[in-house]
Design a protein around this ligand. Structure first.
Ligand code: NAD
Length: 257
């Protein structure tokens, strides 16, 4: 049921080997998926290098999710070179460093706009561009990545928490819009993992240690575990699930104190 043989996926958000999107790429490729991996400008070399490690060489493409043209070009190349699309992974997020260290009340208008555009709006833009290809193949599955900061306050997560709340609402509205085309839209909400983005959050290591102390499993999750959960939602095993936020955090979110 989690077999991806014959399936084609577009994975947005790989920066390096620690990226959660890379773990999802590996989990789906290992089960037979053919992939297109996109990179944001400065990460081209990393993504080219990583792609050599997949059994079936992926298509590697540029895509800045702030640009509708770049999204359209990436999707057009996937259609032209891979012949269609069955699933999409959205793993792009960004907020300015100041916005992740200063008091939330100091969030600037531009910082808010940027975080919302890259981290939340881009899912809508990507879904709009990719859904015609999935519709042609009888349906598909989209997964994005969120964090519990959408509902609870974590020190310095700030505007990214607001963006994740918008992202999770996007998941529900897109699920309702695209469901009649048999396209499912879900999020995996991951526990904290040391990646480039996470290290931009001031005091991130203290979040890691609180999870380690208090999560029911008394540990943090790793990217592989998030990758496996995302692969489940992207696969036919998840075919009855849409509009959901699946929390993969060693159980931390159920704790009161
Ligand atoms: P990461 O830094 O490896 O990935 C973030 C990606 O966003 C990078 O590949 C970067 O190139 C991409 N990106 C930023 N701006 C972009 C733009 N304009 N166009 C295209 N791509 C752009 O870090 P990660 O932790 O793997 O982050 C992936 C997702 O997982 C993010 O949505 C993040 O918020 C989410 N997440 C991370 C954690 C964590 O603790 N690491 C926890 C929960 C959710």
């Amino acid at each position: 049921m989690t077999d991806f043989t014959g399936k084609i996926g577009l994975v947005v958000g790989v920066a390096n080997k620690r990226s959660i999107a890379w773990a999802i790429a590996q989990a789906t490729a290992a089960r037979g998926a053919r992939l297109a991996l996109t990179y944001q400008g400065r990460f081209e070399e990393n993504v080219q290098e990583l792609s050599a490690g997949l059994a079936t060489p992926p298509l590697v493409l540029p895509c800045d999710v702030a640009s509708d043209d770049e999204i359209a070009n990436a999707v057009a190349r996937v259609e032209h070179e891979l012949g269609g699309l069955d699933f999409v992974v959205h793993g792009a997020a960004f907020a300015r460093k100041e916005e992740l260290s200063e008091p939330f009340v100091n969030t600037t208008r531009e910082g808010f706009r940027l975080a919302m555009d890259i981290s939340a709006y881009s899912l809508i833009a990507l879904a709009r561009a990719a859904s015609p290809l999935m519709e042609k193949r009888g349906g598909g599955s989209i997964v994005t990545l969120s964090y519990l900061g959408s509902e609870r306050v974590f020190p310095n997560y700030n505007v990214m928490g607001v963006a994740k709340a918008a992202l999770e609402a996007n998941v529900r509205y897109l699920a309702a819009d695209l469901g009649p085309k048999n396209i499912r839209v879900n999020a995996v909400s991951a526990g904290p993992i040391k990646t480039i983005s996470a290290m931009g959050i001031s005091g991130f290591s203290s979040i890691l240690s609180v999870y380690r102390d208090r999560a029911p499993l008394r540990r943090n999750v790793d990217a592989t575990e998030v990758g496996e959960a995302a692969a489940f939602l992207l696969s036919d095993a998840g075919r009855g699930i849409s509009g959901e936020v699946l929390i993969v955090d060693a159980g931390f979110h159920v704790t009161g104190m």
